[in-house]
Structures are given as structure tokens and as C-alpha cells.
Design a protein around this ligand. Structure first.
Ligand code: ADP
Length: 160
């Protein structure tokens, strides 16, 4: 079995919570591919290209982590990359139902790809891309919530 994991999400933008899951995943798997998917029900602040650039910048010290995009299904992407696992983070009970739904659907689509969940570190339990954007929009300090490049990118977006 391959030791490749796919870490899918919107990453609009990547936060320290995402990064925590990616870092810990990178210690377990030989390779972690962070994949940006367009979530149809969310209207994004950053383009897919911008999100990928920010992920690359935030993970540049992790040689076995790469960033990519996909427009299809996560399970198809995982199969194409010969990945054996989909890695997701769990923050609170509120994440659970949504994650259960996606996981059962993914298992139905392809039972060979296993979904693994990692509990977030307590300090990131209430951290989400949406909260960060809301705070940054009103010029709040988000320096302890996101990587430096994201902090700068948010400032630029909201200056416009
Ligand atoms: P999606 O739109 O698919 O939910 P997100 O970018 O919001 O994508 O999240 C991608 C993954 O990262 C999900 O598994 C989500 O639960 C996880 N995640 C998001 N924020 C955190 C956090 N603060 N701590 C741990 N995991 C997180």
C-alpha cells in the first residue's frame, strides 16, 4: 500500500489549524498532497492559484508536502495519485456530521481509499478560514492564526 495521503479542502486561505494537520500528517505519510477543491457552496476570497501559492509558501520547509488543485472528485484524484488515504482535520462535534456524510459518500465511490481524521490541537479548535477572513476584514490582528504570507495577502485583499 502506498504511503501517500491527499489532504483536500477549500483552504481559503490556509490557516495554522490546517497547517497543524498537514505537518502532523507529513510525519506519518511519506508524501502529503494538499489539494484545493472548489467548494460550490462557498464564494471564495482567494483564487485557486492564490490559495495554492499560499499553501506552497506555508509548507516550503516540508519537503514531502506539495500543493495541487482538482476539479473532480477527491476519490478520483486520490486514485490517480495512487494515494491510500484522505486526511481530514476534526475541530469540534459540529464538524462530525458533515465529515460523516462526505466519508460515507467517498467510501461508496471508492472503498479502497481510507479517510483518516486527526483531532485538531486545542488552540485551533475554533479556528476557521471564515473566522480569519471576518477578523481580517475589520483589520484585526490575525498574526497568530495564519502563516505570515497569508497575513500579508489578507491585508492586501482588504486594502483594495
Ligand atoms: P472544506 O471546505 O472541505 O471544509 P476547509 O478548507 O474548510 O475545507 O478544511 C479542510 C480540512 O481542514 C477539513 O478537514 C477541516 O475540518 C480541516 N480544518 C479546518 N480548520 C481546521 C482547524 N482549525 N484545525 C484542524 N483542522 C481544520
Amino acid at each position: 500500500m502506498s504511503k501517500i495521503a491527499v489532504c483536500p479542502g477549500s483552504f481559503d486561505p490556509i490557516t495554522n489549524g490546517h497547517l497543524d494537520i498537514i505537518r502532523r500528517g507529513a510525519e506519518i505519510f511519506e508524501e502529503v498532497i494538499v489539494v484545493v477543491f472548489k467548494n460550490q457552496s462557498k464564494s471564495p476570497l482567494f483564487t485557486v492559484e492564490e490559495r495554492i501559492e499560499l499553501i506552497k509558501e506555508a509548507t516550503k520547509d516540508l519537503p514531502n508536502v506539495s500543493a495541487d488543485e482538482s476539479k473532480g472528485l477527491v476519490v478520483d484524484y486520490a486514485k490517480e495519485k495512487n494515494a491510500s488515504a484522505i486526511l481530514r482535520g476534526l475541530r469540534a462535534v459540529s464538524d462530525f456530521e458533515y465529515e460523516m456524510q462526505i466519508t460515507s459518500m467517498n467510501r461508496k465511490l471508492n472503498a479502497e481509499v481510507e479517510t483518516l481524521f486527526m483531532m485538531t490541537n486545542n488552540q485551533y479548535s475554533f479556528l476557521s478560514s471564515s473566522i480569519v477572513k471576518e477578523a481580517a476584514r475589520y483589520q484585526s490582528d490575525v498574526s497568530d492564526l495564519v502563516p505570515k504570507a497569508v497575513e500579508n495577502a489578507l491585508r492586501k485583499k482588504y486594502e483594495q
